[in-house]
Design a protein around this ligand. Structure first.
Ligand SMILES: [Zn+2]
Ligand SMILES: [Zn+2]
Length: 72
């Protein structure tokens, strides 16, 4: 089997991990986007923050409803 160099550290690895986002091969130490400073990392983070923001809005909306009920 052909050995592949980790794109981040350059170490030869027999079982490279392909990043789901940038599709480059990495060793087991650098397979996560956070570990190899993935070029797509800013996009991944933006996605995650977007999801959290939606959840937060839903929760605050729910609290307001409960608050109104108690007032009435
Ligand atoms: Zn590596
Ligand atoms: Zn990546």
């Amino acid at each position: 089997m052909k050995k592949v160099d980790c794109t981040y550290c350059g170490n030869e690895t027999e079982l490279p991990f392909e990043c789901n986002y940038c599709k480059d091969p990495f060793c087991s130490d650098h397979r996560l986007p956070e570990e190899h400073r993935c070029v797509k990392l800013s996009q991944i983070r933006a996605k995650r923050f977007g999801q959290k923001g939606v959840i937060r809005e839903q929760k605050s909306g729910l609290l307001k409803k409960i608050f109104r009920r108690r007032k009435n």
